[in-house]
Design a protein around this ligand. Structure first.
Ligand SMILES: [Zn+2]
Length: 373
């Protein structure tokens, strides 16, 4: 049985631990002890060293029945700022802070739900296949913990990441690919008053390039782009030599993100050349997207879990990246399931105790459905 009081106590104890990105040491230590106390043999990987943090991912195998599909259950240990000295308070069904920090239900809720679900499954003697638990570092900082997971040690058939907002049953089955780019327009400096004709303004070049760029903003229903930063110039009386812009492109479709990004960057080159200047471009795929099809086995599992638990399933598309992107990109079908967190990344963040409880029921149903698969 899901133990409501134990779940709440666990959640509160996790919220009280400071765990900003790359500073998850105390959280990792606490989770290693909790998992050991539960009778398992958790370990920490070397992701912390690789990314310049003070803790690695906490990983644990919970042995289950042979010949059943194995599941990877994930939540991230880090929080955004302001996340130091969080003071959780319970008001009826709601847990929130005193308003000076975030709550960090993103993603302490995911961790608490995984721990409570595993505890109750064991107590109830419910059979399950192998479970791999991974609590990652530095998700908020760029999915760096998940990127550095050694997935050969986590041979799961399906992965469920517990890091989504919205009501329980709300499940992200799509999320965009993400490209970031930097374009440095290069012109020529000259005295702006004495001989401006000898100069070539990089600011003018960048402005023209952006003003006429294709694929700006909302491109189509599954693709977007943005220019988020523009920096150039030193002083008013020098024709600007160099101007840097930074932008992004997102799309659920890999073919589209490649095409749209290519069109934007080609356009920048053409504009720069047509004006007699040049542009240097850096493009980086930050993370892959995913688009789980209605007919995929993991959706069948979710539907079955919805039936077992009586919790309605709502399949949705996410606009951002999460550890789910990395796991899907590595070839394990993964979805991001709701754990009830609300107004995340703000001081108004809160969570309902009833949602935490319901999330445990939903995860229990997923584990049962997997066993029966
Ligand atoms: Zn999160």
């Amino acid at each position: 049985m899901i133990n409501r009081q134990r779940l709440v106590d666990e959640f509160i104890s996790l919220v009280r631990i400071d765990s900003l990105s790359r500073q998850e040491r105390k959280m990792a230590d606490a989770l290693l002890i909790k998992l050991k106390d539960m009778g398992y043999d958790p370990y920490e990987d070397d992701a912390g060293i690789k990314i310049g943090g003070n803790a690695g991912n906490v990983i644990c195998r919970i042995k289950g029945a042979k010949d059943k599909p194995a599941l990877l259950l994930m939540a991230h240990m880090d929080t955004v700022v302001p996340g130091i000295s969080k003071k959780p308070a319970i008001e009826g069904d709601i847990i929130k802070t005193d308003g000076t920090t975030i709550l960090g239900g993103d993603d302490a809720a995911g961790i608490a739900v995984i721990l409570e679900t595993v505890r109750s499954l064991k107590e109830d003697g419910v059979p399950f296949g192998d479970l791999y638990v991974a609590f990652t570092v530095c998700e908020e900082g760029g999915l760096y913990g998940a990127r550095n997971l050694d997935l050969t040690k986590l041979p799961a058939d399906f992965a469920f990441i517990l890091d989504e907002g919205g009501p329980i049953g709300y499940t992200a089955v799509k999320a965009p690919y993400y490209n970031k780019f930097e374009a440095v327009f290069q012109g020529r400096a000259a005295h702006a008053g004495v001989e401006p004709e000898k100069g070539l303004s990089a600011i003018m070049m960048a402005s023209k390039a952006i003003a006429t760029m294709p694929n700006f903003g909302r491109i189509d229903e599954e693709s977007t782009s943005n220019i988020g930063i523009i920096r150039g110039g030193e002083v008013r009386n020098i024709v600007c030599e160099s101007c840097r812009i930074e932008g992004e492109v997102r799309s659920i479709s890999e073919e589209k993100i490649d095409r749209f990004t290519g069109e934007i960057l080609d356009h920048f080159k053409k504009v720069a050349e047509s004006l007699g200047g040049s542009v240097q471009i850096n493009l980086e795929r930050m993370y892959p997207g995913f688009d789980i099809k209605e007919t995929d086995d993991i959706i069948r599992l979710l539907k079955k879990a919805s039936e077992i638990s009586g919790i309605p399933l709502q399949l949705c598309s996410s606009g951002g990246g999460s550890d789910t992107n990395i796991i899907n990109g590595a070839g394990i079908p993964a979805v991001n399931i709701g754990v009830g967190m609300e107004k995340v990344h703000s001081k108004d963040e809160f969570i309902r105790i009833s949602d935490l409880e319901k999330a445990c029921h939903f995860l229990t149903a997923i584990i049962k459905a997997t066993y029966e698969m």
